[in-house]
Design a protein around this ligand. Structure first.
Ligand code: NAD
Length: 364
């Protein structure tokens, strides 16, 4: 097993460090190499995704990614901004299917901004198409941009586009995932306004003919945004395009209380994947040792399950995380009265201790 480790910027380095300690605690045999990505790579090599980092990611079986970005790069030309690294990795590695489970842990029901009864037991899966849509369309105006902005310009636009094969393959991924769950897919579109999404809806409906055992529902994105906060448990698998998926998956994340708890996987057609937390580099708390490392630790579990074929090891991580929460340990983002507040490092220590069978120590 060859793993490329790309911590990135901000809290990326802090949370990936803990995730790697957890991986090591499992005592599996694996090779790994670490490289710079995002703002850190821009500082060192003048590009957020240097060729050497991209090559490392291509040669690996799986990529463990932290997060990239910092407000200080907002003035850079778009191609040099840290976020371009993640877009580049998705594109060059063909990572078209993004899995973002939104799972509400029993102990964190009260961390949600929704009423506990709406989120207790929540287990939904957002599948976002990741290499098409308006994010990979043709932006106009780049040539006239100054410091990433368009002084004096009269217009700017981006084009939205999806091809039949792109929609077909993500629809298959969604129906197959639903077969292993509650057999219901909600395809989210904006077919009432956008041609691209009428096409999306038609193609998803055609693919559905091959999955008669799975229920298919179509929903406009504005309604989906509303239903996610009204009755989130009514969903099972949600499949949608790149932009709508970006927004809805963050919304679903917050249903569970903290974005710091949610892992994600981005897979290519052969199951090779990039694994990262659903959140960003959190510059507001970077360097303070308070970030929640659990989303990244749970991303390692997804990596073991989806790409490295080690489901038992993945289960050990999931069980350890539940044990740590049951013991009352919380980072600041999920802390509530009566629980014990811990930092990034202590949370990592606790998960490692749960895996190795040692006592989980509470720190105040
Ligand atoms: P963010 O996810 O970094 O932070 C949003 C809020 O959530 C902040 O208050 C932050 O402190 C908190 N938060 C995030 N992760 C946390 C964790 N593990 N533990 C505790 N609290 C956590 O989003 P943002 O502030 O909009 O963006 C910050 C930077 O991250 C930007 O440069 C953005 O472009 C980048 N970003 C990168 C990725 C990625 O690398 N895949 C994804 C999203 C945003």
């Amino acid at each position: 097993m060859k793993i490329a480790i790309l911590p990135g910027d901000g809290i990326g380095t802090e949370i990936v460090r803990e995730a790697v300690r957890v991986l090591d605690a499992l005592e599996l045999r694996y090779e790994s190499e670490t490289a710079l990505v995002g703002g850190a790579a821009y500082e060192a090599h003048g590009h957020p995704l240097p060729d050497s980092t991209l090559q490392l990611a291509k040669d690996a079986d799986a990529v463990l990614f932290g997060a990239v970005g910092d407000w200080k790069y907002d003035k850079l030309e778009r191609q040099f901004r840290p976020e371009q690294a993640i877009l580049g990795l998705r594109k060059h590695l063909g990572l078209f299917a993004n899995f973002r489970p939104a799972l509400c842990y029993e102990q964190l029901t009260h961390a949600s901004s929704l009423k506990p009864e709406l989120v207790a037991g929540l287990d939904i899966l957002i599948i976002r198409e990741l290499t098409g849509d308006i994010y990979f369309g043709q932006p106009r105006g780049r040539r006239t941009a100054v410091d990433g902005h368009f002084p004096g310009a009269e217009e700017a636009f981006d084009t939205m586009r999806y091809s039949r094969p792109e929609i077909e393959r993500i629809a298959h991924v969604a129906f197959q995932a639903a077969r292993k769950r509650n057999k219901k897919v909600t395809s989210v579109d904006k077919a009432n306004v956008l041609e691209t999404f009428q096409f999306w809806k038609d193609v998803v409906t055609e693919v559905h003919a091959q999955y008669p055992d799975v229920e298919l529902q179509h929903m406009y994105v504005d309604n989906a945004a509303m239903q996610l906060v009204k009755a989130p448990k009514a969903f099972d698998v949600v499949v949608t395009g790149n932009m709508f998926g970006d927004i809805l998956s963050d919304e679903a994340a917050m249903l569970t209380g903290s974005i710091g708890m949610l892992p994600s996987a981005s897979l290519d057609k052969n199951g090779k994947g990039l694994y990262e937390p659903s959140h960003g580099s959190a510059p507001d708390i970077a360097g303070k040792g308070v970030a929640n490392p659990l989303a990244t630790i749970l991303s390692v579990a997804m990596m073991l399950r989806f790409t490295l074929n080690q489901p038992a090891a993945a289960d050990r991580i999931d069980t350890a995380v539940k044990a740590v929460l049951a013991a009352g340990l919380r980072t600041a983002d999920i802390w509530s009265e009566g629980t014990t507040k811990v930092g990034t490092r202590e949370m990592g220590d606790a998960v490692v201790a749960a895996i190795t069978g040692k006592t989980i120590t509470k720190t105040t």
